[in-house]
Design a protein around this ligand. Structure first.
Ligand code: SAH
Ligand code: SF4
Ligand code: F3S
Length: 456
């Protein structure tokens, strides 16, 4: 068989960005496989090379252009290149100018049309000559996402057989001043809670025990049929027979109601974890970011979690060096970290992004100063996590097994609080991924726990 024939209908897909993108890639794989394509693990083996991209920070966006430049010479072998996801939606046809060897640019609202687009690509002759640029095939799927309520593809190829994602709401209407998401993912559109529950039941029948509900602002969910609130949907998914763990991400503080905590308190399958990004501890900066809440309102939501019956772990995202952030503002973020005592924080240096209102504000804080603030914040958070994790010592917790680290002789598990708990088990014990095991915590590290399996 010739190399070209071997590459026939093979694709390579690399995914960047958030969990919504990871799940979108499962939809892309499902769609391509339904069209007779086969996924291969390297660019070299593939006929079609796809990147599902992220545009949240400049560094994320640059990754795809580096990849495209690295593999440009492979175009001569007849490979086709496609850019999917948020950079595709944001840059659109400009991508063809920056990387002329790309033949497909497709945003997340158009994945259902991939079969037609693939047909066009397959039928077109391969033109790689210097003067053929104008004649090359250029396929775009850049649907306007204003009215589209159905963002599911017909097929989804989930990568993990025990733990799976369900997108319940797409897009974002919040327009924080620094953020590209409302431009790359469009307006908020929610599915009906009945369709979400049908998918959850179907997954349970297939053997899934953990479901993660997804949305850029998952708790801004508004049932397209008006039947259930977000908290009611959460509870209903937690009550599906066979589902043992339900997670949801990301929550927006403005739309975070106490009913979510009440649901966690009353439905055992809902995990003890809330990711509630604060971005800054200074109300003045929150205002400039257009986050729609104050420090005090945010802390009120934290107090609901702290007074819950269950021990809820709390995690957050923070941006340092937003335009105009003073040392005093930054200190307010540090003091908020102390006050909340997060279990984990994802922190980023502010990155000016196209289309966003904050691109017009002067990005005057030097990169070294942003790096200093980031390091100081991470240092503080490390101490907090060490303290937080110490509280778990000698507790018995249930983990979902994720695999084995043979070098260390430890099994890897995840707790309901979303912490990594590596554990040892008596010789001869073996666990399948996805099984649930009771473990006693024996060591607390800043980023993980260590323990031993409890008999029985
Ligand atoms: N919808 C979620 C977050 C989605 S983006 C929310 O509102 O909290 C994930 C994280 O990336 C954000 O929480 C923020 O901390 C970070 N982020 C977004 N835009 C950024 C930018 N321009 N520069 C740096 N970090 C950014
Ligand atoms: Fe971006 Fe703000 Fe929407 Fe989150 S809420 S996705 S940060 S605009
Ligand atoms: Fe990135 Fe798009 Fe997600 S910009 S963070 S991949 S929604």
């Amino acid at each position: 068989m010739s190399a070209a024939e071997q590459q026939d209908k093979t694709f390579y897909l690399e995914t960047f960005g958030c969990q919504m993108n990871a799940h979108d890639s499962e939809k892309v794989v499902g769609t391509l496989v339904s069209q007779g394509y086969r996924q291969v693990p390297t660019v070299e083996e593939a006929g079609l090379v796809l990147y599902n991209t992220c545009s949240i920070r400049d560094k994320a966006e640059q990754k795809v252009f580096h990849r495209l430049a690295d593999f440009k010479k492979l175009e001569k072998q007849g490979k086709r290149f496609g850019v999917l996801g948020c950079v595709a939606q944001q840059e659109g046809e400009k991508i063809f100018e920056k990387a002329p060897h790309v033949s497909l640019v497709c945003g997340s609202a158009s994945y259902r049309k991939l079969p037609e687009m693939l047909l066009q690509i397959e039928r077109a002759p391969v033109l790689t000559g210097k003067f053929d640029i104008q004649k090359r095939l250029r396929v775009t799927g850049l649907d306007d996402r204003e009215t589209d309520e159905c963002f599911e593809t017909e097929f989804t190829a989930r990568t993990n057989p025990h733990r799976g994602y369900i997108t319940i709401i797409e897009g974002c209407d919040k327009f924080c001043s620094y953020c590209v998401v409302p431009f790359t993912r469009g307006k908020e559109r929610s599915r009906t809670s009945d369709s979400v529950l049908a998918e959850a039941r179907q997954m349970a029948e297939l053997g899934y025990t953990e479901i993660q509900l997804l949305g850029q602002n998952v708790n801004s969910y508004k049932d397209a049929a008006g039947k259930r609130t977000f908290a009611e949907l959460l509870a209903a998914v937690g009550e599906v027979r066979g589902i043992r763990r339900v997670r949801f991400t990301t929550s927006h503080p403005r739309d975070f109601g106490k009913d979510i905590i009440d649901a966690i308190d009353s439905v055992p399958a809902l995990c003890d974890h809330v990711h509630l990004p604060v971005q800054s501890g200074s109300t003045r900066v929150l205002d400039a970011m257009q986050r729609l809440y104050t420090r005090e309102q945010y802390l009120e939501r934290i107090s609901w979690m702290k007074s819950a019956r269950r021990d809820i772990s709390i995690t957050s995202d923070v941006i340092v060096g937003f335009p105009g952030e003073t040392e005093d503002d930054f200190q307010l973020t540090l003091s908020l970290l102390d006050e909340v005592e997060y279990d984990a924080v994802f922190a980023f240096k502010y990155s000016p992004r196209p289309n966003t209102p904050s691109i017009k504000m002067e990005d005057a804080i030097p990169d070294e100063e942003k790096s200093r603030r980031l390091a100081a914040l991470l240092e503080k958070q490390r101490e907090i996590q060490k303290r937080r994790n110490q509280k778990h010592l000698s507790e018995i917790v249930e983990v979902m097994v994720e695999g084995k680290n043979d070098a260390r002789g430890q099994w890897m598990g995840r707790t309901s609080q979303n912490k990594t708990l590596n554990f040892v088990a008596p010789e001869g014990c073996s666990f399948e991924s996805g099984s649930y095991v009771p473990v006693r915590v024996t060591t607390a590290l800043p980023n993980s726990l260590v323990g031993e399996m409890v008999d029985g």
